[in-house]
Ligand binder design. Structure first.
Ligand SMILES: Cc1cc2nc3c(=O)[nH]c(=O)nc-3n(C[C@H](O)[C@H](O)[C@H](O)COP(=O)(O)OP(=O)(O)OC[C@H]3O[C@@H](n4cnc5c(N)ncnc54)[C@H](O)[C@@H]3O)c2cc1C
Length: 443
């Protein structure tokens, strides 16, 4: 049942709304906010995919110890519940294959694969109802620059011997019901999912020694042994603190000048009729990622909606307010009509926005920040598989465990520095804007 649109605001520092994939799910009772004083060996801040994976792993590694997991908002309200739902096994690196980077490509893809396998196992073991569909992902090109990226991506897949299939315009039309794309590649590894349902499912199946508190923003960290975490309604003393706060890590003094939020937005149609669905070709669900970084991502969901996301902007690392969302709708609509003229009568039922954490050089963050304070995050729009692997690995690392994934995460390039405000805002504006350069028909 679709819920009415309304605003839920935890506080002005951590604003949120109910738009997005969560809007398609039944009401959920949030876990109680934290109050009072607590002493625990482990605290994880942030209950997105990174924090959930981290808390789960800590719970498994230390079955006799209590793990506290805190989120400022309700589970599903962060990027992890608002993304487009592509859990990739293979990352696309724009530009031609750089031979010196081959080991790096393999490293990133190993991390992706690890996260995808972890998620697949958790979804199946815990019977999480999140439209999990492990049938691969379509990468498409309509215009000149995306066609160039198509050549690069094909060369990359062949060089790395990654399973894929090339599809021409007719084959794409038969599968997706659109004539827009000249060419595409189906990469067989990768899953589609309903992001809000996934994170809710993961949060509801945490080990018994993990205690989740929602709507519990951590406001201040006091170093020491133990570390003290201050909240508006209480405090927690802990031996080890693991931060999984994505682009909001700077609010607690971490990754300042290394990460910002880029705000993306998209729209969902109403549920399509049988006849409308039949006009979309032979597949019952699919996901398309553009080969141009500014191109649209599209989903035909298991519950028969089309979803399109093709806007991105710097909006101070915040969600778009309703007024702005309404203004973005024509951008989503133009992209939809261009692809599916046969569905011109199908209205959008709602629009949503989400904030992804981006670094200047596209790196991810992993490791020890200060004495007994660890951090993982910042995946530049590709954090479903990777965030799960990073979250699991940071729990291992903080527990003194070693693994191939820990080494792979530790090998992430250092972040590139960003200038302070107001140059930061100007730079961020142009960085986000530049992703649309030459996008043409792919937007
Ligand atoms: C529109 C959109 C589409 C995307 N599409 C895809 C996609 O298709 N595939 C893909 O792989 N990735 C995609 N991404 C990126 C992906 O969603 C993120 O990389 C991933 O969800 C990051 O997970 P996380 O747990 O690190 O961060 P988040 O999900 O952002 O979680 C961080 C959590 O920390 C909490 N928090 C912050 N500060 C505090 C505090 N002080 N106290 C307590 N809690 C705090 C927040 O409330 C939040 O819940 C997309 C992102 C967006 C926005």
């Amino acid at each position: 049942m679709v819920r009415a649109l309304f605003m839920i605001s935890v506080n002005t520092k951590f604003p949120t709304d109910s738009h997005g994939w969560a809007e398609l799910l039944p009401e959920r009772q949030a876990r109680q906010a934290l109050s009072g004083s607590h002493r625990v060996p482990w605290v994880v801040v942030g209950a997105g995919l990174t924090g959930l994976a981290c808390a789960r792993r800590l719970g498994e590694l230390h079955p006799d110890q209590e793990i506290l997991l805190l989120d400022a908002r309700q589970v599903g309200q962060g990027a992890s519940g608002r993304n487009s739902g592509f859990a990739v096994a293979t990352s696309q690196f724009p530009g031609g294959v750089v031979l010196k980077q081959i080991e790096n490509y393999r490293r990133v893809n190993r991390i992706n694969r690890e996260g995808l396998d972890l998620l697949s196992a958790q979804v199946s073991r815990n019977a999480i109802d999140c439209q999990w569909c492990e049938q691969g992902i379509y990468h498409t090109a309509a215009d000149r620059m995306a066609m160039k990226e198509y050549e690069h991506f094909l060369h990359y897949l062949e060089t790395l011997e990654i399973d894929h299939r090339v599809l021409d315009k007719t084959a794409l039309h038969d599968r997706l019901g659109t004539d827009l794309y000249q060419v595409g590649i189906h990469v067989t590894g990768g899953a589609l999912l309903q992001p809000a349902a996934l994170v809710r499912g993961l949060a509801d199946t945490l080990p018994a020694n993990v205690r989740l508190h929602e709507q519990s923003p951590a406001l201040k960290i006091e170093d020491g042994k133990p570390i003290t975490l201050h909240l508006a309604t209480g405090e927690v003393k802990t031996d080890k603190l693991l931060l999984a706060m994505n682009y909001e890590a700077p609010t607690l003094g971490f990754l300042r000048r290394y990460i910002i939020g880029s705000t993306l937005s998209g729209s969902f149609t109403r549920v399509l009729s049988k006849k409308e669905l039949a006009s979309l070709g032979s597949l019952s669900e699919w996901g398309v990622i553009s080969l141009h970084g500014g191109g649209a991502t599209l989903r035909l969901t298991r519950d028969h909606r089309l979803c399109i996301r093709n806007a991105a902007e710097y909006y101070g690392s915040k969600l778009l307010p309703d007024k702005k969302l309404i203004q973005r709708k024509p951008i989503h609509r133009a992209a939809f009509d261009k692809r599916f003229p046969q569905l011109a009568q199908v209205a959008f039922e709602f629009s949503w926005s989400g904030v992804e954490g981006i670094s200047r050089n596209g790196t991810n963050f992993f490791g020890l920040q200060r004495d007994n304070i660890y951090l993982a995050g910042g995946y530049n729009g590709s954090g479903i598989s990777r965030g799960t692997a990073f979250g699991t690995a940071i729990a291992d690392y903080a527990s003194g465990e070693t693994s191939r994934t820990v080494s792979d995460c530790l090998a992430s390039a250092p972040g590139a520095w960003m200038p302070p405000w107001p140059l930061l805002d100007i730079g961020a504006f142009f960085t986000v804007h530049s992703r649309f350069r030459g996008v043409g028909l792919d937007r």
